[in-house]
Every structure is written in C-alpha cells, then in structure tokens.
Design a protein around this ligand. Structure first.
Ligand code: COA
Length: 386
C-alpha cells in the first residue's frame, strides 16, 4: 500500500477511526452474543422448569382394560344340587346368580391372567417388549413362590419388565393400581400392567354353603401410561391385622404347615365369619370414600361412577345408601361373577368401559381379608367407544 502518499495526519486519523470501528464491531458482536446467550439461557430455564412442572403433575392414566372369565358356569341351581341352599337364599342374601369356574386341567391363575394381558396388549396396540412393570394382585398364586407375576411375564413374552405380586385379598387390585401409578408418576416407568385375578374355586370348600355360594374365578388387567391431565388422583388405604380372625386360610403357611390332619380338617380352604366382615366392609368403604372426597374438595355430585368391590349386593347397597349415592351411578356385575376377590374391580371397569367418557370421575372402593380397605379417586382418560 502506498501509505507514504497519504499525509501522516490522515493516516493517524484513519488508524484511530479503524481502531474505534473494530471496538464498535467487537462491542456489537459481544452484545449480540450476550443477548443471544441470554435468550437461550431463558429458553433453557423455561424448558427445564416446564419439565419439572410436568414431572410434578405427571399422572398415571388407565389407557386400556381387558378381562377374562372362564367359560364354565356354576349357577345357583347347580349349587342347590351340591349343598343345602336355594336360589332364593343366595339371590336375596348376596345378589349372585352365577359364577365362572376355571376347570381346565393343569391350568392355574397365571393362565387366566395371561389371557387378560394378551387381550389388553392387543386392544391397546402395545407390544410385550414395551411393558416395563407388571403387578399381579392375587391371593391364589400358582405356587407359594415364585410369584405369579413373573410367570405371567414368561407366558406372555414380556421380557423387559420387572414384576411382583401383591397379596391384599379383595383390596389387592386397588393397592396394586396405586403402586403401579407411583412408578409412572415418578417418570421411571412408561407402560405398567396391573392385574387383579383370583382362582377362588381352588381354595373353596364346596361342602361349606356359607362360602361356596359367594366366590367365583376371573379378573381383569389395566394398562397405566403417563398423562398430564387424566389418571389416578389420590388414594386412601387402611389396614387392621386384628381382622384376620374373621377371614383367612387356617393352614398351608408357616404358622401351620400342611399335614394329613390339616387336609382332613379342611384347613386349606377359605374360612369366613361373614357378619363381622359385612359390617367392617360397609364401614371401611364408606369412611375412606368420604375422607377421599373431603381431602380432594370434591362433592358426591362430582363423582360420575362409584366402583365398589363386588362382595355382596347387600354390602354394595348399604354403601350406596349410607353415602346417599344414586344407584344408577354404581357399577354392579356381581350377579354374573360372584366375588372374584382381587378380580372384581377390573371386571367392573371392563364391563362398563363402553359407558365411560374421558374426564369421568370414578371412585373405586374395596374391602378385603387382612383386613385391608380403601378408596381411589381417578379421572378416566378415554371415551368408551374409542
Ligand atoms: N344357603 C342357605 N342358608 C345359608 C347359607 C346358604 N348358602 N349360608 C348360610 N346360611 C344360613 C346360616 O346357616 C344361618 O342359618 P341359622 O340362622 O339357622 O343359623 C342363616 O343362613 C343366616 O346366616 P348368616 O351367616 O347370619 O347370614 P348373613 O345374612 O350374614 O349372610 C353372608 C351370610 C356370608 C352372605 C354375609 O354375612 C356376607 O356377605 N358377609 C360378607 C362376606 C364378604 O363380603 N366376604 C368377602 C370379603 S370382602
């Protein structure tokens, strides 16, 4: 460059201007980068905040339900031929007309549950590999150990899940549902299968008219998935071990090991003292229902469906009467299945699925051996005809 041709003063001026220009450009770039950085920082903070807020509000929604009941029927007329009873007594005291009995040779609780889960996966377009947790509520496991849940996974072909059983008798499904929901709400699990199933005819003495008229076989399964709006809202669960004297199996556990004498004395069947169970069931279901609604600031009118454990039609009616709850909003199918223990609640959901609408508020309530009892409030996540 022919710098010498430019006067010195001009060169100095130019150099100074050029330096200022560079400083300006640096300042503009720095400011721009700072603004850009600020903007992205803000965006990042919002994304993280949204993520944590969503995590806090993440619910576990039931996104599908399926049932299985065996084909063989045991009607009141059949029972009249086996024990000293009558259709009139059974119908008026329990509301039951028939039960389904699992009679397939060599088959167990896991086989009924396998059929429910296969049906559930098909209905919800879910592959077995996608399931990351399976919980089975039952008091009639295939064996004392291992658990039935892992056997079900093996039979269905679910290989990426962990699985376990819950034994809480007739409250089993409700306890399992909330347990499964916690894994979804925490964000750790995305597709959870919860099953309530019992093979009651395997532990019923068909010479004892006080129990054989009540119980039946079958149950259902639900799929739980994350949802920001609908799902399990809240649960209140209770227990009282003193109640075990009224409802239990006398032998077969570590307290009284199986012997020829325990078999002769028919101690491997359900023992039940019905009256205290009846009273405790009505009290337990109504008190937890009321406490749950109060805690969630919800009125009775806001509840679209009451889903009670199907123990006895008189128990269901007493609960509805004490709550002053309209009978047409109470799910009832006990006449078709009897008491399937952990199976009754998912069986109700399956039978009423077509009538359920997205956003419906349901309260599920149960009482069972242990004693165990409680109520769960949930918002239904899909229209029945979907
Ligand atoms: N057929 C005809 N008579 C029967 C009978 C049957 N299947 N079962 C019992 N009886 C008789 C009794 O022997 C008794 O006769 P008695 O008065 O000559 O002694 C009479 O009926 C009344 O018996 P009781 O046990 O007092 O009847 P109940 O009205 O309490 O009804 C249950 C019995 C079991 C149906 C009722 O107590 C009940 O449902 N309890 C809760 C059971 C339950 O829900 N269990 C599952 C856990 S959630």
């Amino acid at each position: 460059m022919c710098n010498e041709n430019i006067p010195k003063i001009t060169r100095i001026k130019f150099n100074i201007s050029f330096k200022f220009l560079c400083l300006d450009i640096k300042f503009v770039i720095k400011s721009y980068l700072a603004a850009f950085y600020d903007e992205w920082c803000k965006k990042l903070v919002i994304i993280i905040a949204k993520y944590y807020l969503a995590m806090g509000n993440l619910k576990a929604a039931i996104t599908g339900v399926a049932k299985y009941v065996p084909e063989t029927l045991l009607t009141n007329a059949d029972l009249e031929k086996i024990v000293d009873t009558s259709d009139e007594w059974i119908t008026s005291r329990t509301g039951i007309k028939q039960r389904h009995i699992f009679k397939e040779e060599g088959k167990a609780t896991s086989d009924m549950a396998t059929r429910m889960v296969e049906n559930l996966l098909k209905k919800t377009n879910t592959s077995a590999d996608e399931i990351d947790l399976l919980i089975c509520a039952t008091i009639t496991p295939d064996m004392t150990f291992p658990d039935t849940a892992n056997t079900i996974c093996s039979k269905v072909g679910i290989s990426n899940a962990f699985a376990f059983d819950i034994n809480a008798a007739c409250s089993g499904f409700l306890f399992a549902l909330t347990t499964g929901a916690k894994f979804v709400e925490s964000g750790s699990h995305k597709k959870v299968v919860v099953i309530g199933v019992d093979f009651m005819s395997s532990i019923i003495d068909y010479t004892d008219r006080t129990t054989c008229v009540i119980f039946g076989d079958g149950g259902g399964a639900v799929l739980l998935e994350p949802n920001e709006e609908y799902g399990i809202e809240d649960s209140i669960f209770k227990g009282d071990g003193d109640g075990r004297q009224y409802l239990h199996m006398k032998a077969g556990g570590s307290l009284k090991r199986p012997t020829l004498a325990t078999i002769e004395d028919k101690e491997h069947f359900v023992f039940q003292d019905g009256r205290p169970v009846f009273k405790a069931a009505v009290k337990g279901m109504t008190t937890t229902f009321n406490s749950l609604l109060e805690r969630n600031e919800i009125g009775h009118d806001d509840v679209d469906w009451l889903v009670p454990h199907q123990a006895n039609m008189r128990i269901i009616n007493s609960v509805a009467d004490m709550l002053d709850f309209p009978k047409e909003k109470v799910m009832v199918n006990i006449q078709n299945y009897g008491n399937t223990t952990a199976g009754t609640l998912p069986l109700c959901l399956a039978d009423y699925e077509s009538q359920l609408k997205k956003g419906d508020k349901l309260v599920l309530t149960a009482f069972g051996g242990g004693f165990t009892w409680g109520s769960t409030l949930l918002t239904w996540a899909y229209d029945g005809d979907e």
